[in-house]
Write a protein that binds this ligand. Structure first.
Ligand SMILES: Nc1ncnc2c1ncn2[C@@H]1O[C@H](COP(=O)(O)OP(=O)(O)O)[C@@H](O)[C@H]1O
Ligand SMILES: CC(C)(COP(=O)(O)O)[C@@H](O)C(=O)NCCC(=O)O
Ligand SMILES: [K+]
Length: 262
């Protein structure tokens, strides 16, 4: 079975693919100091709790935090006796082209989103991913990643206000009742929520105009539903996009790559 790991700047998600479906998914805070032994104990405990008996033979990793990859490689080697595919490394093939400026290191999460989006919807897409950063990934007609936009994440924006201004508290995002806030928290939520609605709409409108052909807008990430319900910003929401993409990339490498040269 395949262990797929999606490591973002905030959270790391582990999921097990049995060849037909994901049988378990678990989330932990991203911490590059976490050792292979710690990962294994954590994963093993959760698998037992859910009575999942999975013999892991393969592993694929997408990490926006390069330092995390070392301990994940040790995990693969020590406990699963396999060499992980790491998205973005030259020995990990992608089923789509990447057309950006030479020397640009595209975030692996964006490449994985592109692959998953193209598989689900075909080309001409804008993938909006609400993570630590909010990224817009543009997928061409042929499925290539051709660039995009990076904006500060929703929680990051709220946190920045709190960090920089002595009188502003730590606030969680939610949809405000009105635009005009009548207390500090409501004012902050309004600024970030409605500011974000505007940001998403404006960026997507401009991408569509620049790209010049009709595009579908697909959202993903924990906070996407909050924005979806408010203003019909997206054509679709996908919950498990990254895991879907990782599984496709793994399959593609099994069929076409140089896997299993331990
Ligand atoms: N369902 C959710 N409700 C509220 N906040 C969420 C939810 N899912 C994720 N978040 C928050 O959104 C931010 C981005 O999370 P995540 O998508 O895991 O980011 P990354 O992929 O960059 O690690 C984090 O601050 C996280 O706490
Ligand atoms: C933009 C990102 C920080 C988003 O990361 P995330 O919010 O998923 O943690 C990540 O994709 C990244 O580090 N990208 C490298 C630069 C680029 O994609 O062009
Ligand atoms: K992101």
């Amino acid at each position: 079975m395949l262990l797929a790991v999606d490591c973002g700047n905030t959270n790391t998600v582990f999921s097990i693919w049995d060849g037909e479906r994901f049988v378990g998914t678990w989330r932990t805070a991203t911490d590059w100091k976490r050792t292979a032994d710690q990962y294994f104990v954590w994963l093993n405990t959760l698998m037992r709790l859910q009575e999942i008996e999975a013999e892991i033979t393969d592993m694929i990793v997408s990490s926006t935090v390069p330092r995390v990859v070392f301990n994940l490689r040790v995990l693969a080697d020590r406990y699963f006796n396999t060499r992980p595919l790491v998205v973005g490394k030259s020995d990990c093939l992608l089923p789509v082209d990447v057309r950006v400026d030479e020397g640009t290191g595209v975030g692996p999460d964006r490449l994985v989103n592109t692959v998953a989006g193209f598989d689900h919807y075909g080309g001409n897409l804008i993938m909006v991913d609400f993570g630590t950063a909010t990224t817009f990934d543009v997928v061409a007609e042929d499925g290539a990643y051709i660039g995009g936009v990076i904006a500060p994440g929703v929680n990051l924006s709220l946190e920045a206000l709190h960090q920089a201004a002595a009188a502003l508290p730590h606030v969680d995002i939610s949809k405000p009742q009105s635009v005009i806030g009548t207390n500090t928290v409501a004012c902050m939520q309004s600024g970030v929520f409605w500011g974000y609605v505007g940001l998403v709409r404006e960026i997507c409108t401009r991408i569509k105009a620049e790209h010049g052909v009709p595009m579908k807008i697909i959202s993903t990430g924990g906070l996407a539903p909050l924005f979806q319900q408010s203003a019909q910003l997206f054509d679709a929401f996908e919950d498990d996009l990254t895991m879907h993409g990782l599984q496709i990339i793994h399959k593609y490498n099994k069929e076409n790559g140089l896997q299993d040269e331990h």
